[in-house]
Design a protein around this ligand. Structure first.
Ligand code: AMP
Length: 430
């Protein structure tokens, strides 16, 4: 029989690597909590039209990469529903914001999420078909200050604190403004005009983008096209006064907080909903990501709620590629080393199994991490297993059980000590 494997582009995460995943997620929860964010969990699949409307029909995500299926017609309705595995989480959060009338709370909403996303992309290092994002959104009615440049700067400062706290080295922040919903169409029109006479000289990919979504041409890394792209109009020249002013305030607040950045006029990002501030954090080549050096991205989406039929609710958010963050931490070798258990309890003979389990139960209740061997193991095998898993081994034999004095072998010190049972937990904690 053929051996079944995880589907291409998906993978299993196993211990001890999951220790690092948990550490990253715990750090995110702790840092975001300090900035007043609460957790939201939205469904993994949604109505397809949420993404078609929210992310944009012309984006690569919606046009090529979604896992979509017709769900069988329900008994109470005669039509099948088109469902999609979420390719990103912002649309789902904004849907929930509208559905639960969070605007009525009158409060600014600060929500974060951690979970898998799905895109049918060509798998490669740092790019998967099921990948994890840690993200957050700040949104609310305009009078809650959700559109203030202060929020953009706060989110960026929080991200810089998060990456620094995790120990990510050499990260860089790139920012840009893509203007308001009226600036953008004017810019796209200018791009189309500028691309028309040169398009035929570009690579096939960019010829197609020039036609369907000219902003995406700016994302292109194709070396042959760089000269043409460098000569294209810049969005900065198309911003209205309000957008220009907003962007200047964001940069001034970043300066005040001491968050370093570079302005990248080509940073327009692939999703349709962005307005004003867009940003990306990258790590240097050689950080384990191959050509995928974007660790996270995000931006402002002042019109998204209305695009989804909700009230006006300006917002800003980001999504961190957790898989990429983990690869970076591993490559930069500040990954947590494989943790060892506090003790391995080794019963000497099957008759001691129950006594060993009772001792392990006591030690675990005292807060220690403990594994139990098995009385069928020879002493040598117990030693080998214990040495792999734990810092110390506790021997449970007939003598130990009757005398209440246990023999503890310390692997790093290479010593053997007799410890009274009542003092064992304290001894193992040291
Ligand atoms: P996006 O939602 O496209 O703005 O992506 C935000 C972040 O998610 C990116 O900067 C990546 O770090 C990560 N990401 C996006 N697509 C993938 C993928 N297919 N595999 C792994 N990480 C991804």
């Amino acid at each position: 029989m053929a051996i079944l494997k995880a589907v291409r582009g998906t993978r299993d995460l196993l211990p001890p690597e999951t220790v690092l995943w948990n550490h990253v997620e715990a750090t995110a929860r702790a840092v975001f909590g300090r900035y007043g964010f609460g957790e939201i969990r939205t469904p993994i699949f949604e109505d397809t039209s949420l993404f078609a409307r929210g992310v944009g029909e012309e984006t690569d995500i919606v046009s090529k990469e979604m896992y979509t299926w017709e769900d069988r017609a329900r008994a109470d309705s005669d039509s099948a529903q088109s469902l999609t595995l979420r390719p990103e989480n912002t649309a789902g959060v904004v849907r929930a914001y509208i559905e639960h009338k969070l605007a009525d709370t009158g409060m600014l909403q600060k929500l974060f999420y951690i979970g898998p996303q799905f895109r049918r992309e060509r798998p490669q290092r740092g790019r998967y078909r099921q990948f994890w994002q840690i993200g957050a959104e700040v949104l609310g009615p305009a009078w809650s200050g959700a559109d203030s440049a202060l929020r953009d700067a706060e989110v960026l400062e929080m991200l810089s604190t998060f990456l620094t706290e995790l120990g990510v080295k050499g990260w860089k922040l790139e920012v840009n403004s893509v203007g308001s919903s009226t600036d953008r169409p004017r810019y796209v029109a200018a791009l189309r005009d500028a691309l028309a006479p040169v398009r035929a000289r570009m690579t096939a990919d960019n010829q197609r983008r020039a036609e369907t979504n000219p902003l995406r041409v700016l994302d292109s890394k194709a070396p042959e096209d760089q000269e043409i792209i460098d000569g294209l109009p810049k969005i900065a020249d198309f911003l209205d006064d309000a957008s220009r002013d907003h962007f200047a305030q964001v940069l001034a607040a970043l300066d005040a907080c001491g968050v370093a950045y570079t302005v990248n006029p080509r940073l327009v990002r692939g999703l349709d909903y962005y307005t004003r501030t867009t940003f990306e954090f990258t790590v240097p080549d050689g950080s384990g990501l191959g050509t995928q050096n974007a660790l996270l991205g995000g931006g402002r989406y002042d019109g998204l709620s209305e695009m989804l039929g909700g009230p006006k609710a300006p917002g800003i958010g980001f999504a961190i590629g957790e898989d990429r963050l983990i690869l970076t931490l591993q490559a930069q070798a500040n990954a947590a080393t494989e943790p060892k258990l506090d003790a391995f309890v080794a019963p000497m003979g099957l008759a001691q199994n129950a006594a060993a389990l009772v001792l392990a139960k006591e030690l675990r209740a005292a807060g220690l991490a403990v594994e139990v061997g098995d009385g069928s193991f020879r002493l040598k095998k117990s030693f080998e297993a214990a040495d792999k898993l734990a810092r110390r081994m506790v021997i449970v034999g007939e003598d130990e059980t009757s005398s209440g004095i246990l023999t503890v072998k310390d692997f790093s010190a290479g010593e053997q000590t007799k410890v009274p049972r009542a003092e064992l937990a304290d001894f193992l904690r040291r």
